[in-house]
Design a protein around this ligand. Structure first.
Ligand code: ADP
Ligand code: MG
Length: 280
C-alpha cells in the first residue's frame, strides 16, 4: 500500500528541460537504525525543493517513515516503491506522488517492500531494478535536480539497489558511542559496488547527527569521527532538537513546523553545503 498521486506534476512539467547529467542521485545510508537517516532525507529534500531545486524523495524503507512524515494521513493508497521494484511493467510515472510540496515529488514506500528482498533474490537482474526504473529520470523524460533515497537499516538487496542507482552517498552518524559501528562495513559495500557495478558512486560525506553540545560524549565522538575518518565530514552538525523529534507526527518538515528552531537552522546550513559539493 502506498499513496495515490493528487497534485500537479512538478517533475513532468519540466520534463526534457534538464539533461540527465544534471540529476544528482543521493543515497542516505547507514545500516544502523535510529541515526537520523529519515530525518535528514526528508528535511534536506524539503530545503533543496524550497531553494527551487526540482527534487524527488524516494522512500526505500519498508517502515515508510519518510512517506508518513510528508504525506497527510488519509491520503488514498496508490502504488509504492514495492510495486516499482517487483513489477517490471510498473513505471515511475505510476508511482510518483507529484507536488507533495512545491518542487518536491515523492516515491512512497509501503510495508510490502519488506518482502521485496526475498522476492527479488530470485531475479537475475536483482540489483539493477531501481536503476532501470530511474531511467525515466536519467534518460530525460522526467526532470529533477536532486533525487534523495531514504534506505532501510540493513545492507540487503534494497541497499544494493540504492547504491547501484545512486551517484552519491551521505552517511548520517549519530554522535554516540559505537557511532562508527557498521560504517566501515558500509564503506566496504560502497567500494565493492563502485568496483563491480557503479563506478560513478562516491561518498559525499558523513553528517554528525543528534549532537548534544552539553555532553562530553557528543563532543568526543564528533572529534573522533573528524579525526579518524578518511571521508569528508560535513561542517554542519545536526543538533539534538525536540522540534525535530516532534515534526514527523505533524507531517510537516522542520521548516514548516518550526523554521526558527536549531534543527531548521542546521538543515538550512547542511543544504548549502550539499549544494556546494563539487560532485553532488
Ligand atoms: N536531531 C534530532 N533531534 C531529536 N530527535 C531526532 C533527531 N533526528 C531524528 N530524531 C528522531 O529520532 C528518531 C530516529 O530518527 P530517524 O530519522 O527515524 O532515524 P533512522 O531513519 O536512521 O532510523 C525519530 O523519532 C526522529 O524523529
Ligand atoms: Mg529511517
Amino acid at each position: 500500500m502506498g499513496y495515490a498521486s493528487k497534485a500537479p506534476a512538478s517533475g513532468q512539467r519540466t520534463a526534457m528541460a534538464a539533461s540527465q547529467a544534471a540529476t544528482r542521485i543521493v543515497a542516505v545510508a547507514n545500516q544502523k537504525g535510529g541515526v537520523g537517516k529519515t530525518d535528514l532525507t526528508v528535511n534536506l529534500s524539503c530545503q533543496l525543493a524550497a531553494l527551487g531545486k526540482r527534487t524527488l524523495m524516494i522512500d526505500l524503507d519498508p517502515q515508510a517513515n519518510a512517506t508518513d512524515y510528508l504525506v497527510s494521513p488519509g491520503t488514498p493508497a496508490g502504488k509504492s516503491t514495492a510495486d516499482l521494484l517487483l513489477d517490471d511493467s510498473v513505471t515511475l510515472d505510476e508511482v510518483v506522488m507529484e507536488g507533495c510540496r512545491e518542487n518536491l515529488d515523492v516515491l512512497p514506500s509501503s510495508q510490502s517492500l519488506s518482502s521485496c528482498q526475498i522476492r527479488l533474490a530470485n531475479d537475475i537482474n536483482m540489483q539493477f531494478k531501481l536503476k532501470k526504473k530511474l531511467r525515466a529520470i536519467t534518460e530525460g523524460s522526467r526532470s529533477y535536480d536532486y533525487v534523495f533515497i531514504d534506505t532501510p537499516p540493513s545492507l540487503g538487496l534494497l541497499m544494493v539497489n540504492t547504491l547501484t542507482a545512486a551517484n552519491g552517498v551521505i552517511i548520517p552518524v549519530q554522535t554516540q558511542y559505537f557511532a562508527m559501528d557498521g560504517v566501515v562495513q558500509l564503506q566496504e559495500t560502497i567500494k565493492k559496488v563502485r568496483e563491480d557495478i557503479n563506478p560513478s558512486l562516491h561518498v559525499l560525506g558523513l553528517v554528525l547527527t543528534m549532537y548534544d553540545r552539553r555532553t562530553l560524549i557528543s563532543r568526543e565522538v564528533a572529534e573522533k569521527v573528524r579525526g579518524e575518518v578518511g571521508e569528508r565530514v560535513f561542517s554542519t552538525v545536526i543538533p539534538v532538537n525536540v522540534r525535530l523529534a516532534q515534526a514527523p507526527s505533524h507531517h510537516k518538515s522542520i521548516f514548516e513546523y518550526d523554521p526558527g528552531s536549531s534543527g531548521a537552522r542546521a538543515y538550512r546550513e547542511l543544504a548549502k553545503e550539499v549544494l556546494g559539493c563539487p560532485d553532488a
